[in-house]
Design a protein around this ligand. Structure first.
Ligand SMILES: CC1=C(CCC(=O)O)c2cc3nc(cc4[nH]c(cc5[nH]c(cc1n2)c(C)c5CCC(=O)O)c(CCC(=O)O)c4C)C(CCC(=O)O)=C3C
Ligand SMILES: [Fe+2]
Length: 375
C-alpha cells in the first residue's frame, strides 16, 4: 500500500467533541451534564441557558461536527485513505460510550481520536481523555474486548490551522470600513479557564506562568500577527484576551475579558478591531453569543468598528491538516519518522501525553496517555 495513504495500524478515527442541545427541551439536561460536580453557580447556568434559548435551544456545535464528519469522509475517500470516521460527544448524544461500542461491534481494534479542541489544558485535552477512559470502563463492564485508543497531538500550530485562521483575518479586515482598516488592531480570543488550570496545563515540566495553554495561544497569535504583517505590509498591535468565563467570582480566571479589552482599546484610541477566535475550531455558542452577540454589542455601543474573523470549521485546508496528522501518527506508530508539520516556535507537540499532563483538580482515570490504565 502507498505509505502516504496508509492508516495502519489504525482502523478507525473518532471525532470527539463537546456536544450541545438540539432543541429547547434539551437545554437544561445538557447544562446539567456539563456542570455536574463542577461548582458552577445557578445564576450562571440560567444565563447560559438563555444564550441557547436565544438560538431556539439549538447549539451550533452538532451541525458543525456533522459537517466536519462529512468533510473528513469525502476528503479521505478522495485521497484513497481507507479509514472509517465516527463521532461521539461528552455531553450530548451521540455519546462517546455509544460510539465506541459501535466501533468495537464494527470490528475495529485501534482507534485514533481527534478532539475538537486544538490546545493543551484540562478542559481541552485531558477531560477528553477522561471521557475515553469512561467509555472504555463502561464497555469493559459490558464484557466487550477493549480496543486500543490513542489521541492526536494538539494541532493549534499545524499550518492547516494557522494559515486558515490567517486568511480569515484578511477577509475580516476587508469587511471593515476602508478608512479604519489600516489602523485596525487584533484581539486574539480564547476560552478563559481558571488560572490554576492554566498553570498546570501541558506536561508537568512546565511552560511557566499560564502553562502550555497560554504559551500555545501566544505562539499561535504571534505567528498569525507576523504572517499578516508580511502579507499586508502593516504591522498591527495585537493581544491575547479571554472570553466565556464561568465559575465562582472569587476564583481567578484568565483575563482580560474581551468586552473589557474592547473598552480599553477604545479609550486608547484604537480606530477598529478584528476579534480572532483562535481558541475555537468552529462557530460554537461561545462564538455566536459571547463574540457575535455580546462583544459586538459592546463595540457598537462604544462606536468602535469591530468584526469577528472566521473559525477553521470545514475549510479544506483544515480538513487536509487532519488527514496529515492521521497519516503522520500512523507512520510514527509503525516505527517510521514522518515529517511533523508545525509553525511557530514551540514545535510539534507530544503524541502521547506524559504522566501528569494537564493535571486535574480531582484525579480521574484518563485513557490515551502515559498514565492510562488501559493498554
Ligand atoms: C477551554 C474550554 C473549551 C475549549 C475546548 C473545547 O472545545 O473543548 C470549552 C469548550 C466548550 N464549552 C462549551 C459549553 C460550556 N462550557 C461550560 C463551562 C466551562 N468551559 C470551560 C472551558 C472550556 N470550554 C470551563 C473551564 C468551564 C467551567 C466548568 C468546567 O470546569 O467544566 C459550560 C457551563 C456553563 C458556563 O459556565 O458557561 C457550558 C455550557 C461548549 C459547547 C458550545 C456550544 O454549544 O456550541 C464548548 C465547545
Ligand atoms: Fe466550556
Amino acid at each position: 500500500m502507498d505509505r502516504a495513504r496508509d492508516p495502519h495500524p489504525y482502523d478507525a478515527l473518532l471525532l470527539l467533541s463537546f456536544g450541545g442541545p438540539e432543541g429547547p427541551d434539551d437545554v437544561l439536561p445538557f447544562l446539567e451534564n456539563v456542570t455536574r460536580g463542577r461548582g458552577i453557580p445557578r445564576e450562571r447556568l440560567a444565563e447560559v441557558g438563555a444564550h441557547y434559548h436565544l438560538f431556539g435551544g439549538v447549539s451550533p456545535i452538532n451541525g458543525h461536527n456533522r459537517e466536519l464528519l462529512a468533510a473528513l469522509r469525502s476528503d479521505f475517500a478522495e485521497h484513497g485513505l481507507d479509514l472509517p470516521v465516527y463521532w461521539g460527544n461528552r455531553n450530548w448524544a451521540p455519546y462517546v460510550t455509544d460510539t465506541l461500542r459501535e466501533i468495537v461491534r464494527d470490528g475495529h481494534r485501534r482507534v485514533l481520536t481527534l478532539a475538537t479542541s486544538a490546545y493543551s489544558s484540562y478542559s481541552s485535552c485531558r477531560q477528553y481523555r477522561e471521557d475515553l477512559a469512561g467509555a472504555l470502563a463502561a464497555l469493559a463492564e459490558e464484557g466487550l474486548d477493549l480496543p486500543r485508543v490513542d489521541k492526536l497531538r494538539v494541532y493549534y500550530n499545524h499550518p492547516g490551522f494557522l494559515e486558515t485562521m490567517t486568511d480569515g483575518v484578511l477577509r475580516a479586515l476587508d469587511e471593515l470600513p476602508a478608512d479604519v482598516r489600516e489602523g485596525a488592531v487584533l484581539a486574539f480570543t480564547t476560552h478563559s479557564i481558571p488560572t490554576a488550570a492554566a498553570d498546570t496545563s501541558g506536561p508537568p515540566a512546565g511552560h511557566g506562568d499560564g502553562g502550555a495553554y497560554v504559551s500555545e495561544h501566544m505562539d499561535a497569535a504571534r505567528w498569525i500577527a507576523e504572517a499578516l504583517a508580511e502579507r499586508t505590509g502593516v504591522r498591527r498591535p495585537w493581544e491575547l484576551v479571554y472570553q466565556s468565563r464561568s465559575g465562582a467570582p472569587h476564583i481567578p480566571w484568565l483575563e482580560p475579558d474581551i468586552c473589557d479589552h474592547l473598552r480599553t482599546l477604545h479609550e486608547a484610541g484604537a480606530p477598529a478591531v478584528v476579534m480572532v477566535p483562535i481558541g475555537f475550531v468552529s462557530d460554537h455558542m461561545e462564538v455566536l453569543y459571547d463574540l457575535d452577540t455580546e462583544a459586538l454589542a459592546v463595540a457598537a455601543e462604544l462606536g468602535l468598528p469591530a468584526v469577528r474573523s472566521a473559525t477553521v470549521g470545514t475549510d479544506p485546508r483544515f480538513v487536509a491538516a487532519v488527514r496529515d496528522l492521521v497519516l503522520e501518527r500512523a507512520a510514527t506508530e509503525r516505527g517510521e519518522q514522518p515529517q511533523r508539520c508545525a509553525l511557530g516556535t514551540l514545535g510539534a507537540g507530544h503524541d502521547v501525553c506524559p504522566v501528569g499532563c494537564c493535571a486535574a483538580r480531582t484525579p480521574r482515570p484518563a485513557a490515551a496517555g502515559a498514565d492510562s490504565p488501559y493498554a
